[in-house]
Write a protein that binds this ligand. Structure first.
Ligand code: LMR
Length: 327
C-alpha cells in the first residue's frame, strides 16, 4: 500500500509541473478565475509568465491556471496561505474576511473612471493599502491591476434603479455590494465567479454586475436581456503573493521578479481601457444589448446608491474614503 501511495503522490507532484518548467527551477503557480483571451487579467498573468519564464529561465518558472481550474474564489486565498499556490489576483471585493479597508474600492460612484482609481492607488493612502494584510495574514501586494468599471445586467432592461425592485443579484463577497443592492430594493446573493453563468441561465439569480471584459468572456450577455451602462463601481485586483514565498526566494531572484512584476503591472494598467472598450464592442457584435443612460437616469442610480457610503465610514475610515473620493 505504501508503495502505491508513494507512486500516486509522485505522479501528482509531477503533474503539477508544466513542461515549461525545468528541474531545479522554483515553480510559482498563478491561479485566477477569469477566462478568454481578451480579458485584462488573462493578458497580464500570461505576460508575467512569459517574461519571467524567458528572462529568469533556470531560476523561476510561472505556471498560469485560469478559469478557476486550480482554485476558485472560495479557496484561493486559503490555498495561498497553505503554499498550494504562489500568485493570485483576486478582486479587491473579496478580502472582507481579512480587512474591511478594501471596501473603499467598492463604494459606488467613488471613482469617476479608471484613471481616478489609478490616481488613488498611486497616492500615499492607496500605496499603504497594498500591504494592509502583510503583518496580520502574510499576504503581500505586488501591485494593483485595474479591470474596469462595472455595469448591471439583468433578465429585463434596467433603466432606473427601481426597475431592479424585487430582483435577485449575484454579488461578490463584499458587504458594500450587498448594501448597495439592498438600496435598490433588490436582494444580493454572494456567489463564486465560476457559478455566475449557470445561476443566470437557470434563474437562481436575475442579474449581476461586472466589467465589459467579464460579461463578454463569460458570455453573461447570452443569458441576460441587456447590460446597462451604469459605471457604478470599480473592479480591480490585488496582484499578490505570500510573505513566505517572496521571502523564500534568493535575493537576486526576488529583486528580478519584483522588477518584472512592477513593469507588467504598469503595462497592464496602460492597456486596460482599450481592452474594456474592445470587449464592449465584442458584446455588441455577438448580439448583446447595451442600455445607455441619460444624465438624469444616471443621477437616479447615484442618488440611490451613494448613501451606502455613510454605513461604512467606521469600518473603512472617513479619511481613507475622503482620499479616494478626492482622486
Ligand atoms: C467577479 O467575481 O465577478 C470578478 O471578481 C471576477 C474577476 O476576477 O474579474
Amino acid at each position: 500500500i505504501s508503495l502505491t501511495l508513494t507512486t500516486a503522490a509522485l505522479t501528482l507532484a509531477a503533474g503539477t509541473v508544466s513542461a515549461n518548467c525545468d528541474p531545479g527551477e522554483v515553480v510559482a503557480k498563478f491561479s485566477h478565475v477569469t477566462g478568454g483571451t481578451t480579458h485584462p487579467k488573462v493578458v497580464a498573468a500570461n505576460s508575467l509568465a512569459e517574461r519571467v519564464n524567458k528572462e529568469m529561465n533556470g531560476k523561476l518558472c510561472i505556471e498560469v491556471f485560469p478559469n478557476s481550474t486550480l482554485f476558485g474564489d472560495s479557496k484561493e486565498l486559503e490555498a495561498l496561505l497553505l503554499g498550494d499556490v504562489q500568485l493570485l489576483a483576486p478582486s479587491l471585493s473579496k478580502f472582507g474576511s481579512y480587512s474591511e479597508k478594501y471596501g473603499v474600492f467598492d463604494l459606488p460612484f467613488i471613482f469617476k473612471d479608471m484613471d481616478a482609481a489609478i490616481r488613488f492607488t498611486q497616492s500615499q493612502a492607496g500605496k499603504g493599502l497594498l500591504n494592509e494584510m502583510k503583518d496580520s495574514v502574510g499576504f503581500v501586494g505586488l501591485g494593483y491591476w485595474m479591470s474596469g468599471m462595472k455595469y448591471f445586467s439583468a433578465k429585463k432592461p434596467l433603466i432606473v434603479p427601481s426597475d431592479a425592485e424585487g430582483m435577485k443579484f449575484r454579488v461578490q463577497t463584499s458587504d458594500v455590494a450587498k448594501k448597495m443592492i439592498s438600496a435598490m430594493g433588490a436582494s444580493p446573493q454572494a456567489m463564486s465567479f465560476s457559478e455566475v453563468y449557470g445561476a443566470l441561465q437557470t434563474g437562481v439569480v436575475d442579474g449581476q454586475e461586472n466589467t465589459w471584459s467579464n460579461i463578454y468572456t463569460k458570455k453573461f450577455y447570452e443569458v441576460q436581456d441587456s447590460v446597462t451602462e451604469t459605471n457604478h463601481q470599480l473592479l480591480a485586483y490585488l496582484f499578490m503573493t505570500s510573505s513566505e514565498f517572496l521571502e523564500g526566494l534568493d535575493d537576486d531572484v526576488r529583486a528580478q521578479f519584483v522588477q518584472i512584476a512592477d513593469e507588467v503591472t504598469q503595462a497592464a494598467n496602460l492597456s486596460v481601457k482599450a481592452a474594456e472598450a474592445a470587449n464592449r464592442e465584442n458584446i455588441l457584435k455577438a448580439g448583446g444589448k447595451i442600455n445607455v443612460l441619460t444624465p438624469a437616469q444616471r443621477e437616479e442610480w447615484v442618488s440611490t446608491m451613494k448613501p451606502v457610503w455613510s454605513e461604512f465610514e467606521r469600518d473603512i475610515g472617513k479619511q481613507l474614503i475622503e482620499s479616494a473620493a478626492k482622486a
